[in-house]
Design a binder for this molecule. Structure first.
Ligand SMILES: [Zn+2]
Length: 282
């Protein structure tokens, strides 16, 4: 299995990070993707990813941290991805020695509303353009003001993603086939269909183990569009609710999807692992 979204860089893991990784490996987790939230945290997740064979990194500025997004942030993210612009004979640039596999997490957050919507949207568009330039998929976060399944946040996000994905398609970018993932998807069925029609994957997290509307949606979606993730240390799945989440618990999410789809857990593990390999090109 792949934990496609885990904040393993947080201090909550400082005392036992190695043990957490061991438990993950024992549970059958092969790789873990750690997203950045700011330029500073992006640098540290890249460093962490380089320190362990299981770990990979995404770099970017999260919508609730957009106050840290300065005029030179985009250029610094680019430099982090390509420290030595030295394309291989195939023309492909290996980002961060192959450890930087996505731009994220980026997106829109109208729940905490820490920055005006136009400011959030500008940072999102610029980072999407950087992703297109670097041919890296994106990890997207979105959250409505009301925490409802649908609303202005999903609408604004999908409008921006449709424009971006259409540009990728017109430019015949290979990224059009694997543009990114909507992480910890909590949106409506309509948003899910729109995202899937643009080739985005949807990340499934702990709430699928206890929230009925999430279960109904995931049961109706093809396995080929799904990723599993923990979003550790948040969103612990049942029966671990209330505890610190960790990558080993991604197995509980695979089990729940298996129950919902009435298939064996191994099939969920294999398919979502293949989905992640396609998305992150590893
Ligand atoms: Zn996250």
């Amino acid at each position: 299995m792949i934990d496609t979204h885990c904040h393993l860089d947080y201090h909550k893991f400082d005392s036992d990070r190695e043990a957490v990784l061991e438990r993950a490996a024992q549970a059958g987790v092969e790789r873990i993707l750690i997203p950045g939230l700011t330029l500073t945290s992006s640098r540290s997740v890249v460093e962490l990813a380089r320190s362990h064979p299981m770990l990979y990194a995404a770099i970017g500025v999260h919508p609730t941290d957009v106050d840290t997004y300065q005029v030179d942030t985009l250029e610094r993210l680019r430099q982090l991805a390509i420290p030595h612009p030295n394309p291989s004979p195939t023309g492909r640039v290996t980002q961060g020695e192959g450890k930087i596999v996505a731009i994220g997490e980026i997106g829109l957050d109208y729940y905490w509303d820490t920055a005006p919507h136009d400011v959030q949207q500008k940072a999102l568009r610029e980072q999407l353009d950087l992703a297109a330039e670097l041919q890296l998929p994106v990890i997207l976060h979105f959250r409505e003001k009301s925490d409802a399944a649908d609303g202005p946040c999903a609408r604004d996000l999908m409008k921006i993603l449709e424009e971006w994905a259409n540009r990728l398609q017109r430019g015949k970018s290979p990224l059009a086939e694997r543009p990114g993932a909507l992480h910890s998807f909590s949106g409506s069925r309509e948003t899910a269909s729109r995202a899937i029609s643009l080739n985005f994957y949807l990340g499934v997290t702990g709430p699928v183990t206890y929230r009925k509307e999430r279960q109904e949606l995931i049961a109706s979606l093809p396995l080929e569009c799904l990723l599993i993730e923990t979003d550790s240390p948040y969103l612990s799945p049942a029966p671990q609710r209330g505890k610190r989440n960790e990558p080993a618990f991604v197995a509980l999410i695979a089990d729940k999807i298996a129950t919902l789809h009435q298939i064996p857990s191994t099939q969920v593990a294999e398919t979502t692992t293949a989905n992640a390999a396609r998305l992150f090109d590893w």
